[in-house]
Design a protein around this ligand. Structure first.
Ligand code: KG4
Ligand code: ZN
Length: 356
């Protein structure tokens, strides 16, 4: 089974071709990603309108490059998968409409993939992994603990009540005058700082639910920074180190609770899996090892290029759905919001065929 996958929900334009064998084994034939960081850097964050325009300009070329690299013709594909949400609606429309056009012209099945489902199924692309497993999705837009019980069968155990972890890293970076995207910059500064200098709160620690909260911690960092301003490089490093340590302690506590809930409801997980851009953080990765060890389960960290947004994960989720006979109508609507546990995908808004 050969599937083209298209990703346009945020600030990465991506196209990939993935193969799925009858035994469920995955192989990436091409995975082309064009980050729009340069287009958004001047604004200190993603500007939805700029992102949508960039997706329009880039997507055709990226699809052609992916098909070329894979050595595949459209007629040779088994289906077209596109992220149909959740995300910035302008970008989602660009990717989904492009996928619909290709599907219509070449008579191929369309799979409208939930972007979060694609993150959730990625570890099954990189190696054999049985259900159920526990996913920690930690990116700029999402912070969730999810029980992945099967394709289309997800139970959200915890989520953030305010900011996502990556969003908090980005906001703290902006506060310190560090470049966008801030996560890697905060990690770099934190490596040089004293994590004990500032006693920031460990949000939600000790609570029985498995939810996250980041906005109070972010405010505590801002207030401390204002109190000791002007900031020296050492101050910035210490603030970053103390912030990162607080985030990681909070995350570890929340995951301990989430994994305990997982065991109580679904039995032992096949593994703890991390995905999303923040999963590239080395200090967090070390903490996740400890969390997994405490829960007596294995830890799977897909390679960073498959943790951040990419087309291969969309193509793979499409292949997993196609293998189960799950396809979507050409009038499937793009969605800005789409919870992972709201499955199967919603019915089309209208019954007219091929409505774009
Ligand atoms: O998954 P991703 O590429 O895009 C989405 O948000 O969907 O994640 C990007 C987020 C940004 O907030 C970025 O600052 C954060 O991941 N990030 C990191 C690191 N690398 C990326 N946060 C902390 N430490 C890092 N090393
Ligand atoms: Zn993502």
């Amino acid at each position: 089974m050969l599937v083209l996958g298209i990703e346009t929900t945020c600030d990465e334009t991506a196209a990939a071709v993935v193969e799925r064998g009858d035994d469920g084994e995955g192989r990436i034939l091409a995975n082309v990603v064009r980050s729009q960081i340069a287009e958004h850097a001047a604004f200190g964050g993603v500007v939805p309108e700029i992102a949508a325009r960039a997706h329009v300009e880039l997507l055709d070329g990226l699809i052609a490059a992916a098909m070329d690299e894979a050595g595949v013709e459209f007629a040779g594909l088994s289906g077209i998968a596109a992220a149909a949400g959740p995300g910035l609606i302008g970008g989602v429309i660009v990717g989904l409409t492009t996928a619909k056009a290709i599907a219509l012209v070449h008579g191929l099945p369309l799979v409208a993939v939930n972007h979060l489902e694609a993150h959730a199924l990625t570890p099954r692309l990189t190696g054999p992994l049985e259900f159920p497993y526990c996913l920690f999705l930690v990116s700029g837009g999402h912070t969730q603990i999810v029980a992945v019980c099967g394709v289309g069968d997800y139970v959200r155990l915890g989520t953030t009540v305010d900011d996502a972890v990556g969003e908090a890293f980005d906001k703290v970076a902006k506060l310190m005058g560090l470049a966008y995207p801030g996560g890697p910059q905060v990690e770099r500064m934190a490596a040089m700082g004293d994590a004990m200098r500032f006693a920031f709160p460990r949000p939600m620690a000790g609570r029985k639910d498995a939810n996250f909260s980041l906005s109070g911690l972010k405010t505590a960092v801002r207030q401390e920074a204002e109190r000791i301003a002007p900031l020296s490089d050492a101050d910035v490093a210490d603030l970053c180190a103390s912030f990162q340590a607080a985030v990681i302690d909070s995350v570890a506590d929340r995951l301990d609770v989430g994994l305990a809930q997982f065991k109580a409801r679904f039995g032992a997980p096949a593994a703890l899996v991390a995905a999303g851009g923040v999963a590239a953080n080395a200090a967090l990765r070390a903490a996740l090892q400890a969390v997994a060890a405490r829960a007596q389960t294995g830890l799977i960290l897909p390679p960073p290029a498959l943790c951040t947004d990419n087309g291969a994960m969309i193509a793979w989720a499409g292949a997993e759905r196609l293998a189960l006979g799950l396809t979507d109508a050409l009038d499937t609507a793009p969605r800005a919001r789409w919870r992972l546990d709201e499955t199967p995908p919603p019915a089309p808004l209208h019954n007219t065929r091929a409505r774009f």
